[in-house]
Design a protein. Structure first.
Length: 645
């Protein structure tokens, strides 16, 4: 695009001549004539008359170089008087015709006059070639990434899905780039808006480059998560959304600062891609390494972006106190800068961290009275408000206020009604809705949506997809329909995440409970396999679950003595007031009551009396069938013992 167009002017014959020379320069020298990744950088290069050195040793004659330099002049009046004059200059009978032209150059020159008259050539401004060059798509980088997947044994199907995601994204990026160029060329958008679109596209190009690097670093531990890297590339459609573009923070004042910020954002994109690929610790190190150079630049929006990325990684670690402190500071800083979407996102993550800690839950509810109205006025946002509403629902769940939580989860879902492809993190909204929806069909529909969205975007092998499939089974209260779903999830864990002992143990326990509820003889083997997983993991945190599994396996075999021993150990190791300790203790007491002979009826009744309220409370809070299965077993045993119902 000619400099006068970049500055907001209209297209003229002189601008067409400039664009033709750009295409010819690329064909001859394999590089654009002026370097620059955005409007500011291109204009700076043009005004400084700083042309790119040829990337290829073409041997082009001096007169041809001179013609190109004239056609690429900064001032329109300094170019050839017309396109015909340029073509006449190029077509004069010189010895250059004996020079071996690249075929692409020959096509441009031979067809030049007629095709430029039609304004529809490969040298047309805003061409696909322009977009391809701007993307800087490197097939070698793609090949290296795909080779890395093969090296660690990623399945051919998953490789094909990743490749299709990458190919589709780079094609869509080029389409968006062409559209931005054409909209500006026909006067539909200003130079300032074009700059914002190009900045948006630049950041998505960075995300794509970071994604390729993250895929190249895949290993055996993270292989099943590889598709999350491509699935979570930022939406390209946002770069054509006026509200999204107008919400972008003003860029730094100088070209030097803009280049420095762009370089750090590329490194941040690489860290985020590592996060999505399952390398959380490495991503956190990289984000923290960017703090000092970002502070040296002094561009506040970049500091906010880094702080949000770091806090998100801390939350994944479970470092809730540290994350909450950092997010509170980020929230205040973003508000002071007028970056309201970033402030709402920081607040949403902060209240989640505080809810996980049980920190001043009534105070968090009061804060919602300020945060929720602020989130309503966000423009160009399809993430921060739904996230805030969802996390305020989590606060209400932590308070035991299920109706209030359900209302907030429903509002969060409604906020996404017009969003074509919500961020994958927001799939949690459907999962949470399933957790609090009493009506069976609506509950199962929400759980199925969460599973299908993850399956479609992440593939069958991803841990989050398997988790959603297991959740669908747990929110399906009919054991006959739930069991095939849970079995499929457990088989998926065994096939794709064999070393994820905790996840596999949890899944196997649910499968065993469902099998036992249906008098399926496979229950004994399922519980025994769950116990073996706890032993193989050699983790103290799984000891209690392992003993519970061993106890239920013994009960299925009618080995009451072994069951009593296992449940006794589980109860002794469950001392404490944390919710999970209370739940484990209740399950252990249920197991003990189920293992005791009738002669120990009074002791068994006391154990059931202590366990049943825990299961009832959990069943009131969530629709997870696990507690209901335990509750049904407890009532059945109570009836056997002749106790009060």
């Amino acid at each position: 695009m000619a400099p006068e167009q970049l500055a907001g002017g209209v297209a003229t014959a002189a601008a067409d001549q400039f664009a033709f020379c750009v295409a010819l320069h690329r064909a001859l020298f394999d590089v654009a004539p002026y370097p620059g990744l955005n409007v500011d950088e291109l204009l700076a290069s043009m005004r400084a008359r700083r042309m790119s050195p040829p990337a290829a040793a073409s041997g082009a004659p001096g007169w041809l170089r001179a013609a190109l330099v004239r056609g690429l002049a900064l001032e329109p009046d300094a170019r050839f008087p017309s396109m015909d004059a340029l073509l006449h200059e190029l077509g004069r009978d010189r010895s250059w015709r004996r020079w071996a032209l690249p075929s692409s150059v020959g096509v441009v020159l031979v067809a030049g006059a007629s095709l430029w008259a039609a304004r529809a050539t490969s040298a047309e401004p805003c061409s696909a070639e322009d977009a391809r060059q701007a993307l800087a798509w490197r097939p070698a980088a793609l090949t290296a990434a795909m080779s890395a997947l093969t090296a660690v044994g990623v399945s051919p199907r998953l490789q094909a899905e990743v490749r299709a995601d990458l190919d589709g994204y780079q094609r869509s990026w080029q389409v968006q780039h062409q559209a931005a160029c054409r909209d500006h060329r026909r006067g539909a958008q200003s130079a300032a808006l074009l700059d914002r679109r190009m900045l948006c596209l630049q950041r998505r190009r960075d995300a794509l480059a970071g994604g390729l690097e993250a895929i190249r670093r895949v290993d055996g531990e993270t292989a099943t998560r590889v598709r999350e890297v491509t699935a979570r590339l930022p939406a390209l459609e946002d770069c054509a959304d006026l509200e999204v573009l107008n919400a972008i923070a003003e860029p730094p004042a100088t070209a030097q600062e803009r280049r420095a910020v762009a370089a750090l954002r590329l490194r941040l994109a690489e860290a985020v891609a590592l996060e999505h690929g399952g390398h959380g610790e490495r991503a956190l190190e990289r984000v923290r390494a960017l703090r000092a150079p970002a502070e040296a630049i002094g561009y506040p929006p970049l500091g906010i972006e880094l702080a949000l990325a770091e806090a998100r990684l801390l939350l994944q670690r479970g470092a809730y106190p540290e994350a909450a402190r950092a997010l509170a500071a980020t929230e205040q800083h973003a508000l002071a800068l007028g970056l309201h979407a970033a402030a709402v996102e920081a607040a949403a993550r902060r209240v989640y961290a505080q809810a996980m800690m049980g920190d001043d839950l009534p105070g968090l509810v009061r804060q919602a009275e300020v945060l929720e109205p602020l989130s309503r006025n966000l423009r160009g946002d399809a993430f921060a408000r739904p996230l805030l509403l969802n996390n305020l629902g989590v606060v209400q769940m932590a308070r035991g206020q299920r109706p209030s939580a359900a209302a907030l989860f429903a509002q969060a879902q409604a906020a996404l009604t017009e969003v074509k492809e919500p961020d994958l993190e927001l799939v949690a909204i459907d999962a949470n809705l399933a957790m609090v929806t009493s009506e069976a069909a609506a509950r199962e529909a929400a759980a199925r949506r969460a599973w299908e969205r993850r399956q479609r975007r992440l593939g069958d092998e991803h841990p989050a997809t398997l988790e959603a499939l297991l959740a669908l089974g747990k929110y399906t209260h009919d054991p006959a329909r739930a069991l095939p779903l849970v079995r499929a999830a457990c088989q998926g864990y065994a096939a794709h995440l064999p070393s994820a002992h905790k996840l596999r143990l949890h899944c196997a326990m649910q499968q065993g409970l469902l099998e036992s509820a249906q008098r399926d003889p496979a229950a004994a083997a399922t519980f025994q396999a769950a116990s073996a997983l706890a032993g193989a993991a050699a983790l103290r945190g799984l000891f209690v679950q392992g003993q519970l599994a061993a106890g239920f396996a013994a009960l299925e075999r009618a080995d009451r003595a072994s069951a009593l021993g296992a449940f006794t150990q589980a109860l002794a190791a469950s001392a404490g007031q944390a919710w999970w300790q209370r739940t484990s203790a209740a399950v252990a007491r249920l197991g003990l009551a189920s293992s005791r002979p009738f002669a120990q009826r009074d002791q068994a009744l006391a154990e059931l009396t202590a366990a049943i309220p825990v299961f009832e409370e959990a069943s009131r809070i969530t629709e997870d069938s696990e507690h209901r299965l335990y509750l049904a077993r407890a009532h059945a045993r109570l009836a056997e013992l002749g106790g009060p119902r």
